[in-house]
Design a protein around this ligand. Structure first.
Ligand SMILES: C[S@@+](CC[C@H](N)C(=O)[O-])C[C@H]1O[C@@H](n2cnc3c(N)ncnc32)[C@H](O)[C@@H]1O
Length: 134
């Protein structure tokens, strides 16, 4: 992601565990992109960002959050109007039924399904935050 956003872009890397963020920053320094990444330590039940982002990725994490409905409600507030969220969940942790519940939680939070990218080992969806009213 840090390579994709380019020199003027910013990636906010959010995780509950400081050790994960430290490992990420070590790899980022090796790849020469650390200056484009801001590590952010979350609480278990709150991401706690003031920023608004164009694009967010929740990779293999939603099933670990204590309250999926609350997680999507907060993610919806972090996206800019028209911003997109890519959710990826391992099939081993998300049955078709569980993924359906996840999508219902995302929809209840005001996010719309755009597409479901195919993935062999994962279930995936791209969601969009509504545009602000004119
Ligand atoms: C399976 S790992 C995936 C890590 C990373 N997203 C990736 O794709 O490589 C799950 C990660 O979710 C983090 N996590 C678990 N519960 C969380 C929560 N409530 N808020 C934020 N991060 C959480 C864990 O610390 C862990 O790093």
């Amino acid at each position: 992601m840090a390579k994709m956003v380019g020199e003027d872009g910013l990636v906010i890397a959010a995780d509950l565990q400081d050790v994960m963020l430290r490992g990420l920053m070590k790899r980022a320094r090796r790849a020469g992109v650390a200056d484009r990444i801001r590590p952010h330590l979350t609480a278990p039940d709150r991401i706690g960002l003031e920023d608004r982002v164009d694009f967010a990725i929740a990779c293999w994490v939603i099933h670990e959050t204590p309250d999926v409905d609350a997680a999507f409600r907060e993610l919806a507030t972090i996206l800019k109007p028209g911003g997109r969220l890519f959710v990826l969940e391992p099939k081993s942790h998300a049955s078709e039924e569980e993924f359906g519940k996840l999508l219902a939680a995302a929809t209840a939070a005001g996010l719309s399904e755009i597409t479901r990218p195919r993935s062999v080992g994962d279930r995936a969806v791209v969601l969009e935050c509504p545009l602000a009213s004119p």
